[in-house]
Design a protein around this ligand. Structure first.
Ligand SMILES: [Zn+2]
Ligand SMILES: [Zn+2]
Length: 256
């Protein structure tokens, strides 16, 4: 069984009901570290051993430095931050660089740090029994999605991406796919903005979801603030009676 909690699943902030990307897989692992992380208690934060990142945009990493600072004193082992080599380089250079925030890979010492980086290559990696395989994404900077498999279940995460044919091809080849967690930042009337910012829009997403097997649930995330209802109405109209889910922060799903 995979327990997925969408701590943050919005494309921006604005009130407690909007939190940026952070998904829990069980209690000890999160994908991305946006403001959704702020909805967890200190006890919950201290239990997180692994942070897996899709890319280095701020809405996906903003709360990572703050979380590390909050939990460091209470943990016996380092938090492992998993990402591609390119994303790790961006974080080392621009975020945990001893200017914007301390480099926690050297604090309190390089032998026993509060956090460590670990690279995920294209083959993927087993993290606590969950297999993470990077999936293609198209977002203008180093970025990926993930296929997360556990026992006989699998969930695909698009990360941030425009309409990436290679992502959809990869997931149609996955047997036992339970769900796709896919971004839809913009409605049909804002295709130009979607293309400019390399995000998905509802017109393209409807075509992609309608080509998936009927038993795959579609979980829509990263709707931009103020556009949520318009995007929801367009997807509902275009997807008939498919298993369409439009989560709010805190939503929990069990698969398997
Ligand atoms: Zn992004
Ligand atoms: Zn984003």
């Amino acid at each position: 069984m995979i327990e997925l909690t969408l701590h943050g699943c919005n494309g921006g902030i604005g009130g407690a009901g909007r939190q940026t990307t952070c998904y829990g897989i069980g209690d000890r692992l999160i994908i991305d570290a946006g403001t959704g992380l702020t909805t967890l208690s200190l006890d919950q934060l201290e239990k997180i051993d692994h942070v897996v990142l899709t890319h280095a945009h701020l809405d996906h990493v903003a709360c990572l430095p703050l979380m590390l600072d909050s939990v460091a004193g209470a943990r016996a082992t380092p938090v492992t931050v998993w990402a591609s080599n390119e994303v790790i380089t961006l974080l080392r250079t621009h975020l945990l660089n001893d200017h914007i925030w301390p480099d926690f890979t050297k604090i309190p010492s390089e032998d026993k740090p509060f956090m460590r980086f670990a690279a995920i290559d294209t083959e993927g990696v087993d993290i606590e029994g969950y297999f993470f395989k990077p999936l293609p994404a198209s977002h203008g900077i180093p970025a990926c999605g993930y296929l997360v498999s556990h026992q006989h279940n699998a969930i695909a995460f698009s990360g941030d991406s425009d309409d990436c044919a290679a992502f959809w091809k990869a997931i149609t080849e996955v047997p036992l796919l339970n769900a796709v967690v896919v971004e839809c930042s913009y409605p049909a009337s804002m295709i130009d903005m979607a293309d400019l910012s390399m995000h998905m829009h509802s017109t393209a997403l409807i075509k992609r979801i309608n080509a998936l097997p009927l038993n795959v649930a579609s979980i829509i995330v990263h709707r931009k603030p103020g556009l949520e209802q318009q995007i929801a109405a367009e997807l509902r109209a275009g997807l008939g009676n498919r298993d369409l889910r439009l989560p709010e922060p805190g939503q929990r799903y069990l698969f398997g």
